[in-house]
Design a protein around this ligand. Structure first.
Ligand code: GTP
Ligand code: MG
Length: 595
C-alpha cells in the first residue's frame, strides 16, 4: 500500500510586478518540475519573436499541459518536492485573494509575501500583509525579490526588512523568515547564491518544506457544508447522497449528525467515495458523499456537524472584520449576499464599530459607509439565520465573502455572534406601527365574509401536486361563498417578482414578498391559498412574522420531514383534501362550516 503524500496550499501575494509569477516560474524550472525541453522551447519562442524571455511565461506555456503532475490553471500551480506536493496560489489582486482564501479547495495554509527590493514596500505590500493577518494565516514568509537591482546589498535588504517589519509590528504579524532573492537570476530560489554570501537562511524551496502542516484540523469538531444533494434515481430508491468537503474533524458511519440552521438530525449510514474505495470514516480536507439513515430533507448550504461536538453558532447577527473591495462603498440599508462555505443568505450592514485604512493603518471615526480598501469591524445582520463558527474557534467556518451585485466585494472573518432582533421582526413592527387604516374594523370583515382571514400555505416536494390541491381548495371554498384567492408562487415570478432572479439564490426575497402580499390579502379579509415547494422552518417563521397579526396554516403534503411547524397530510388526493377541510374547521377559519 502506498501512503498518500502530504499536500500543502501556499498563497503568493504582493504588489503588482514585484515578481510573483517569476518566482513560481523559477520554482518550476529549478526543481526539475518542467516537462523535458519546455524551458528551451519557451526560450526559443521568445527569441523567434525577439522578445526577452521571462520565467513568468512558463506559467502561460504550461496552462494546457497535464504532464508529470504539473497542472496550471488560472490561479493555481502544482509541483512536488520530495517532502510533499504543493499548490501555489497566485493571487494577483484583492478579489482573487479573497476568493482563494474563502473558497474551500484552494484555501492557503501559508503565504509568501513578495516585495521588490528596488521599489521597496508599496501600498499592496501593506494591504496584503494586513489581509493575511486578518484571515488568520500564521505561517508567513517575506521574499525580498530583485536583489540584483540593488547590487545584492545586505544593507539594502535590511532596510527593506526593517521598514516592512515596522508596519507588520503594528498589526502583530511575525513572519517566519525574510529571504533576499533574485527570481530572475535564480538566486536563493532553490540553491544558494554566491552573490549573497552574507545570507545564511533558507532558500525559497527550503522554506516551503519548512512550513508546518496544519495538524489540528482533524482534531477539531466535525464541520461540513452541504454542497449538493444527489438522488439515486433507480425505481423506488429514495436515498440521497449529501456531498461536500469536510472542513474540520472526522465523521464515521453510525455518527449522529445535525444540520444547521435547520436543526435536523439523523445518523450517517454510509460514506461513499467518489472513484475511491468505500470507507467507514472520512477526515478534514476530503470531498465526500454521505448517505443518511433517516429520511431527512436538507438543502445545500446547511452546515453539518456531529452530535457531541461543540456546536457551531446559529444566528442572524454577528460581529466581523471585513476587507472591502467593492466598486461601490458598503452602506446600510442595502442588501448584500453573504457566502460562508456553501451557505448564501441576504446580509445587511447593521453598524460600523471602526474603520482602518489597511495600508496606512489610519483609523477613521464616524464614517457611515465602508470604502474600497477599508478594513472595518462591524455588526451584520442576515435575513435568515446562518450557521458559522467564530474565527477563534474554527478558522475555515469563520471566514466569508460578501457579494454585491453578483461580484465578490468583500471578505472577512467572524469575531462572534450577536443577539439582535431579526430584521423581519423589526420591519414588521415598524410597518404595523406606520400602517394607515380605513375606518372598517377587521371584525366587520370577518362577519361580512363569514370567515377568518388566513394564509393557507401548501407545501410539498411536487409542484404539480400541491398546485392541484390548492386549485381544488379555492374552487370549493369559492363555491361555498367564501372570499378566497389562490396565488401560485410561479405567478409572482412573472409579476411582482419579475425584477429578481428565479433561482435558489433569491428565494428568500420571493418569500419576503409573498409574506407582504399575504399580509395585504389577509388584512382585506381574504383567505389566501398559496403554494411553494420545499418550504422550511426558517421560511415559515419569516412568513409567520410578515403576516402578523394574521395567521398562517401550513400544510405539508406528503413531506413529514420537510418542516417541523406544520400539519402533515398524506394519502390519496381525496383524503388529503378532506383532511385540509377538517383542519379549516378545527382552526375556525370558516365560521359557519359544519362537517
Ligand atoms: P503581476 O502578476 O502583474 O502582479 O506581477 P508579478 O508580481 O507576477 O511579477 P512578474 O513575475 O510578472 O515580474 C514583473 C517584472 O519583474 C518582470 O519583467 C520580471 O522579469 C521582473 N522581475 C522579476 N523578478 C526579477 C528579479 O529578480 N530581478 C529583476 N531585475 N527583475 C525581475
Ligand atoms: Mg503575475
Amino acid at each position: 500500500m502506498t501512503t498518500k503524500k502530504e499536500q500543502m496550499s501556499v498563497v503568493i501575494v504582493g504588489h503588482v510586478d514585484h515578481g510573483k509569477s517569476t518566482i513560481i516560474g523559477r520554482l518550476l524550472a529549478d526543481t526539475g518540475t518542467l516537462p523535458e525541453g519546455k524551458l528551451a522551447q519557451v526560450k526559443s519562442q521568445c527569441e523567434k519573436n525577439s522578445k526577452p524571455f521571462e520565467y513568468a511565461f512558463l506559467l502561460d506555456a504550461l496552462k494546457d499541459e497535464q504532464s508529470q503532475g504539473i497542472t496550471i490553471d488560472a490561479a493555481r500551480c502544482f509541483f512536488k518536492t520530495t517532502m510533499r506536493d504543493y499548490i501555489i496560489i497566485d493571487a494577483p489582486g484583492h478579489v482573487e485573494f479573497l476568493k482563494n482564501m474563502v473558497t474551500g479547495a484552494s484555501r492557503a495554509e501559508a503565504a509568501l509575501l513578495v516585495i521588490d527590493a528596488h521599489e521597496g514596500v508599496q501600498e499592496n505590500s501593506r494591504r496584503h500583509g494586513y489581509l493575511l493577518s486578518m484571515l488568520g494565516i500564521k505561517q508567513i514568509a517575506v521574499l525580498v525579490n530583485k536583489m540584483d537591482m540593488v547590487s545584492y546589498s545586505e544593507e539594502h535588504f535590511h532596510s527593506v526588512r526593517e521598514k516592512y517589519q515596522e508596519f507588520l509590528d503594528q498589526i502583530k504579524v511575525k513572519p517566519l523568515h525574510y529571504i533576499p532573492l533574485s527570481a530572475r537570476n535564480g538566486d536563493n530560489i532553490v540553491s544558494f547564491s554566491p552573490n549573497m554570501p552574507w545570507y545564511k537562511g533558507l532558500s525559497v524551496l527550503g522554506l516551503l518544506d519548512n512550513f508546518e502542516k496544519e495538524k489540528e484540523r482533524d482534531s477539531k469538531p466535525f464541520r461540513m457544508f452541504v454542497q449538493d444533494i444527489y438522488k439515486f434515481t433507480e425505481m423506488g430508491d429514495d436515498r440521497r447522497i449529501i456531498a461536500g468537503t469536510v472542513e474540520t474533524g472526522t465523521v464515521s458511519e453510525g455518527d449522529e449528525v445535525i444540520f444547521l440552521p435547520s436543526g435536523k438530525r439523523t445518523t450517517v449510514r454510509s460514506i461513499e467515495g467518489f472513484n475511491a474505495m468505500p470507507r467507514s470514516s472520512v477526515a478534514a480536507g476530503y470531498a465526500t458523499g454521505l448517505t443518511l439513515a433517516g429520511q431527512v430533507y436538507v438543502k445545500p448550504g446547511e452546515l453539518m456537524c456531529k452530535n457531541g461536538d461543540d456546536a457551531p453558532k446559529v444566528s442572524s447577527s454577528f460581529r466581523a472584520n471585513i476587507f472591502w473591495v467593492g466598486k461601490n462603498p458598503m452602506v446600510k440599508n442595502r442588501k448584500y449576499k453573504l457566502k460562508i462555505g456553501t451557505a448564501k443568505v441576504a446580509l445587511f450592514l447593521d453598524s460600523i464599530i471602526n474603520i482602518i485604512d489597511a495600508s496606512s493603518l489610519a483609523t477613521e471615526e464616524s464614517k457611515d459607509h465602508i470604502d474600497r480598501h477599508d478594513v472595518a469591524e462591524c455588526v451584520f445582520r442576515t435575513l435568515k439565520p446562518v450557521a458559522f463558527d467564530a474565527i477563534g474557534e474554527i478558522e475555515t467556518t469563520g471566514r466569508f465573502v460578501i457579494v454585491d451585485d453578483y461580484e465578490i466585494s468583500g471578505g472577512g472573518i467572524i469575531l462572534h455572534s450577536e443577539e439582535k432582533e431579526s430584521i423581519i421582526r423589526e420591519h414588521v413592527q415598524k410597518r404595523n406601527f406606520a400602517w394607515v387604516r380605513g375606518s372598517i374594523n377587521p371584525i366587520d370583515r370577518v362577519s361580512r365574509f363569514n370567515q377568518h382571514p388566513k394564509l393557507i400555505m401548501i407545501t410539498g416536494r411536487e409542484t404539480d401536486h400541491i398546485q392541484n390541491t390548492a386549485a381544488r381548495l379555492e374552487e370549493d371554498l369559492f363555491a361555498s361563498g367564501r372570499n378566497v384567492y389562490y396565488l401560485g408562487v410561479a405567478n409572482l415570478a412573472v409579476g411582482i417578482d419579475s425584477d429578481i432572479r428565479h433561482d435558489f439564490e433569491d428565494r428568500e426575497e420571493h418569500i419576503r414578498r409573498l409574506g407582504e402580499l399575504a399580509h395585504l390579502f389577509t388584512d382585506a379579509g381574504v383567505i389566501l391559498i398559496a403554494t411553494i415547494r420545499d418550504l422550511d422552518d426558517n421560511e415559515c417563521e419569516m412568513l409567520d412574522l410578515l403576516i402578523k397579526p394574521y395567521e398562517m396554516i401550513v400544510i405539508a403534503q406528503e413531506s413529514a420531514d420537510l418542516i417541523a411547524a406544520h400539519t402533515v397530510v398524506t394519502g390519496s388526493d381525496a383524503e388529503i383534501y378532506e383532511k385540509i377541510k377538517r383542519l379549516l374547521y378545527e382552526k375556525e377559519v370558516l365560521i359557519d362550516y359544519c362537517i
